[in-house]
Design a protein around this ligand. Structure first.
Ligand code: IFM
Length: 776
């Protein structure tokens, strides 16, 4: 139970949604959950992490590689493709414990009888360049089977083409498809090898190979006999110039791809699958979160974790996680604040190595952030709202098209969401708190932090009358209200950045004095620590109203029209019209797109009383459209934080099932924004663990203040805190913390009763409750 999703019929209307739902991947590539006979029209895609290209003046986006698992079978001249022949039975499933996709489809064939095709495939977690599939076929009447299998070079692109000079050839028993990307001239190579079970099972030697640009296909035929099972295996490998760059000893992408499939064929499918399965077992042992008492929530949460695991950059610190994961080219494959604020917490608690890679990506892209700040006339680092390989901002000034006029609309995501730089700093500091690994400061982290603080110092306005620094003309998380003054979220994050900048100086001076001296020298012309200190002392951060306790989202927000969401929805003219921007429906109202103040209250939850949090939840919740998939999870989290988990439970389920149901916004204006939702997946984990299980860690002490929703009897999960591993079981009556015997450090835990207990290696703590619910 709790590890498989499946469907038992073929519905053409679900092709796109299933492409997301049945996603496979391993951090190097994403393979959409398409059926084997699908092509670019059905959005088949092998999306490569960190490989970007611009075609002409269109939007830059990630590159999709040719599909080396493409296969279509015919029987007695009839194509056994769900696109052309209605199947008699069809099942598609994903076992996300072992990350294996399966399909079984039965077709009636001309001349009578039935043919059943089964296919299983995986994107190897053991060898990241490798895809493998296993096929079987059997029939209930003798028939002539034709199998077309190889590499489909017709690639789905949104703003392509990206693969130029596409060619294909046979190479050492394999098929090879090669191309170069247009902008950077990066070679992309896909090799494929098919191995049949029994040579005597037909006229296999007579395979005909057809090469057509990047497409390379073999046609086999078999006189299939009733009762026989025909089996074949496919291996496909993808390499690009990024994998081999600068090291001739590594060989070319073509050679590497061919060698990989040859080696895979020699190893055999079963062994490759076992190696893949073991890697997944190990990944789950570090991240599985068990929910007792709620199977639906359990399935959804595990599935959300699966979605995070298939896109995590295990192998590179030059790659982060795009807003739509590796499910295609939507949102330009760009990395947003989603990573630091919604995905990083999961990795910090389960796999700090990946968390480090994610933060190193920001260090690697610092130059892009510096250039963006300079472009706007500021010093310091203004990170890209939509970041790709170099850190240049892929976000355009006109990011949405008006559905009424077809004209591009001026949006201020790129120019005014300055909180992105603070989000990066927040992420870096969280990494240091969670891991204790402050070497990242000397590896470029300190520079990032100081450059971001410097940018904010430049951006801020000193109001001489009020004698305070203010952050004017910004856009907070609620993108429906652009260019506002003193957005509470932004100001609180900037305040945190300044504090971290000063703490960084202390830490660096103390632990890495030589690095401090060199770096501080490069900041000597200022603004630097003195200026950061002054700004911190006088930065205005909006506070709760003394009577209502509500924190105004930005200056004059409360002067806007207070229209109920249901009424605003009645004003909608076009289903995809954009609610923000100059003429947006929400712009002149208090309706917000996504959690803003409430997210701030979660991030700084120790600073605000329960009453303040509850007042703001109650105020903002009915006014939030949840037009972004980043919103629901925060309302679930915040409700748990105030001890009212059941208020937020529907939000938890919405966020945790987003890629299962496919129910999410698909268009903004005329822009397609479908795909998977890693921020919502990470948010589901946050709501379950940081919200319901009530775990927080300040770098020294872990606090457990559960607020389990009705029906949950316990949550159990492994966590890594400062390099030490613990297993937590949070029940309604007690908490058990089990420390691994090999732990390097003891960590203190605080249970609901308030007692602080040190948990040394090998210890088992039982933390009793005074009451089983926070806020009760
Ligand atoms: O980063 C988000 C933003 O907050 C809302 N629009 C979508 C982006 C990508 O998920």
């Amino acid at each position: 139970m709790g590890w498989t999703v499946s469907e038992h019929s073929f519905e053409p209307g679900r092709i796109t949604a299933n492409g997301n739902k049945y996603m496979a991947g391993n951090g190097y590539l994403g393979f959409r959950g398409v059926l084997e006979e699908f092509g670019k029209e059905q959005l088949a895609a092998v999306t490569l992490a960190g490989v970007y290209d611009r075609s002409g003046s269109q939007w830059r986006e990630p590159v999709n590689a040719p599909n080396g698992l493409y296969t279509v079978v015919s029987a007695n001249g009839c194509k056994l493709s769900v696109l052309e022949t209605e199947p008699l039975a069809h099942t598609q499933s994903l076992d996300f414990r072992s990350a294996i996709n399966r399909r079984e489809t039965m077709f009636g064939i001309p001349g009578g009888g039935r043919v059943t095709l089964t296919a299983e495939r995986f994107a190897s977690m053991d060898q990241h360049h490798l895809l493998a599939a296993s096929w079987t076929l059997h029939c209930t009447a003798d028939c002539r089977i034709e199998i077309t299998t190889g590499i489909d070079g017709a690639v789905w692109d949104i703003n392509g083409p990206h693969l130029l000079e596409q060619q294909s050839r046979s190479a050492g028993g394999a098929l090879l498809s090669t191309a170069v990307t247009g902008e950077l001239g990066l070679p992309v190579a896909v090799a494929e090898l098919t191995v049949f079970g029994l040579a005597e099972q037909g006229e296999l030697a007579d395979a005909v190979i057809v090469l057509d640009r990047g497409t390379a296909l073999r046609h086999f035929s078999i006189d299939a006999k009733v009762g026989e099972t025909y089996t074949w295996w496919k291996y496909a490998a993808v390499y690009t110039g990024l994998d081999t760059q600068g090291d001739p000893a590594k060989g070319s992408p073509d050679e590497r791809a061919v060698q990989t499939v040859q080696a895979a064929a020699a190893t055999g499918y079963a062994s490759l699958l076992e190696a893949h399965r073991l890697k997944w077992e190990e990944r789950w042992s570090r991240s599985d979160c068990v929910i007792e008492g709620d199977e639906e929530a359990q399935l959804a949460l595990r599935y959300s974790i699966y979605q995070l695991l298939i896109i995590a950059p295990v192998q590179s610190e030059r790659v982060s996680i795009p807003a739509r994961g590796l499910s295609g080219q939507v949102y330009k494959g760009a990395v947003f604040w989603d990573t630091e604020m919604f995905m990083l917490p999961f990795f910090l608690h389960s796999d700090p190595g990946i968390a480090r890679n994610l933060m190193m990506y920001r260090i690697q892209t610092l130059d892009g952030a510096r250039q963006k700040a300079a472009e706007y006339g500021y010093l310091g680092a203004f990170y890209a709202w939509e970041s790709q390989d170099s850190g240049d901002d892929a976000c355009t000034l006109f990011n949405v098209n008006d559905v009424f006029t077809g004209r591009p609309m001026r949006t201020y995501f790129r120019d005014k969401q300055i909180h992105i730089s603070a989000d990066v700093v927040h992420g870096l500091w969280q990494y240091i708190l969670f891991t204790g690994d402050d070497s990242i400061l000397a590896d470029g982290g300190a520079e990032v932090i100081w450059e971001c603080a410097r940018f904010f110092y430049y951006y801020a306005y000193y109001n001489p009358v009020k004698q305070r620094y203010e952050l004017l003309d910004v856009t907070g998380p609620d993108e429906y209200h652009e260019r506002v003054n003193n957005n509470a979220f932004t100001s609180a994050l900037v305040q945190e950045t300044l504090k971290i900048a000063l703490q960084t100086a202390e830490r660096l001076q103390d632990k890495y004095p030589a690095a401090y001296t060199v770096l501080a020298e490069s900041f000597a012309d200022g603004p630097f620590l003195d200026e950061f200190t002054a700004m911190l002392a006088q930065l205005y951060v909006p506070q709760p109203d003394p009577e209502t306790l509500v924190i105004e989202q930005f200056d004059r927000y409360l002067k806007l029209e207070d229209v109920p969401l249901t009424e605003l929805k009645q004003r909608v003219i076009h289903p995809n019209e954009y609610w923000g921007g100059g003429n947006g429906l929400a712009t002149t109202t208090r309706i917000l797109k996504q959690a803003d103040v409430v997210l701030m209250l979660h991030l700084f939850r120790d600073r605000y009383s329960r009453e303040v949090k509850q007042a703001n939840w109650e105020f903002y919740e009915p006014r939030t459209e949840h037009g972004s998939s980043l919103s629901s999870c925060i309302y679930a989290l915040a409700a748990a934080d105030i001890g009212l988990p059941d208020w937020g439970y529907p939000y938890f389920m919405r966020t945790a099932t987003i890629d299962l149901t496919g129910e999410s916004k698909q268009y903004v204006g005329d822009l397609y924004i479908g795909g998977t939702h890693p921020a919502a997946n990470g948010g589901a984990w946050m709501a379950a663990v940081l919200g319901y299980a009530g775990l927080s860690f300040d770098g020294e002490t872990a606090r457990l203040q559960p607020a389990l929703p009705q029906g949950w009897s316990a949550v159990e999960l492994p966590v890594v805190l400062r390099g030490s591993s613990f297993r937590l079981r949070i029940g309604r009556e007690e908490i058990t913390v089990t420390a691994a015997a090999g732990n390097s450090e003891a960590v203190s835990f605080v249970g609901f009763g308030g007692e602080t207990v040190l948990c040394p290696p090998g210890a088992i703590l039982e933390l009793a409750f005074q009451s089983n619910q926070r806020g009760a």
